[in-house]
Design a protein around this ligand. Structure first.
Ligand code: 6PG
Length: 263
């Protein structure tokens, strides 16, 4: 795999995680309104994790929230824990609690990744293939790509302390995937061990990739990933959008960044 393609990261640093979540929620409202103005709809890929859920909670309470026509937003997930539907550890469950029920989404446009008690049972590979097919259908239907991978308008990612993004962990087979858009992940170092994840090619099809990291426990990962160029060892280094890549941090997560990185 050659070095990361796509737009180099642009850093945005907020004083603390609360203001980071509120500012990013406002940024997302604007991005979705712009996408709907330009293309009639918006495709947003959500992330699990504390920062992803904090953003969704801030979005639920954002003053400008209703500037978005939520009935024309397609929500996807960058990854999911492969657990039974409704399990409290599923990203979809946590997103529902934080946000999904707060706005008038079209249920047909909310695309959770399959659960382990769904039509594919515990076959995580079949579940991943089904999600890839759903993405491909959306891309063909109106994603504006002529059959390529779906170009999410915004793809959100959290940053793991080991520099993982979605469920793409350093040195894990899923990081090497350069053909399929969605894969099953087994023996993930972050519990639960079985997951479904977009691959780096699917991430890189996004127009914009926004990576969220708050807290001192992410400072080393943020500095390391921004300096790295080998996605196999540092998956976050490969998470770049075609048009823009934002690294949205709080001061604690940015603490080890060189001044040069802060523009
Ligand atoms: C997951 C997430 C994962 C998460 C990072 C950061 O399913 O666990 O998608 O990629 O975003 O591990 O998590 P925190 O924001 O909680 O540190």
């Amino acid at each position: 795999m050659t070095g990361p393609e796509g737009a180099p990261p642009h850093l945005v640093v907020h004083p603390d995680k609360e203001r980071m979540a509120r500012a990013t929620a406002a940024r997302l409202v604007t991005a979705v309104v712009d996408a709907q103005t330009a293309r009639g709809g918006a495709h947003v890929a959500l992330t699990g994790g504390r920062n992803g859920n904090a953003l969704l909670a801030a979005l639920a309470g954002a003053p400008g929230r209703d500037a978005v026509d939520w009935s024309r937003v397609d929500l996807w997930w960058g990854d999911e824990r492969f657990l039974p539907d409704g399990d409290p550890d599923r990203n979809h469950t946590q997103a529902r609690e934080a946000f999904l029920d707060a706005v008038p989404l079209d249920p047909a446009r909310v695309h959770p990744m399959p659960a382990s008690d769904g039509p594919h049972g515990d076959d995580v590979d079949a579940a991943a293939e089904a999600y890839a097919a759903e993405l491909a259908a959306a891309a063909g239907r109106g994603g504006g790509t002529g059959g390529g991978p779906l170009p999410f308008d915004v793809l959100l990612l959290g940053l793991g302390p080991d520099t993982h993004v979605a469920s793409l962990f350093p040195g894990h087979p899923a990081v090497r995937e350069d053909r399929r858009a969605v894969v099953g992940v087994r023996e993930a170092p972050k519990p639960p061990p079985t997951r479904i994840s977009l691959t780096l090619p699917a991430v890189r099809a996004a127009r914009e990739v926004w990576l969220l990291a708050a807290g001192g426990d992410k400072a080393e990962a943020a500095a390391g990933a921004l300096a790295a160029d080998d996605p196999l060892r540092t998956p976050a280094a490969g998470a770049r959008g075609r048009e823009r890549t934002l690294w949205i941090l709080d001061e604690a997560a940015a603490a080890l960044l060189p001044d040069s990185a802060r523009g």
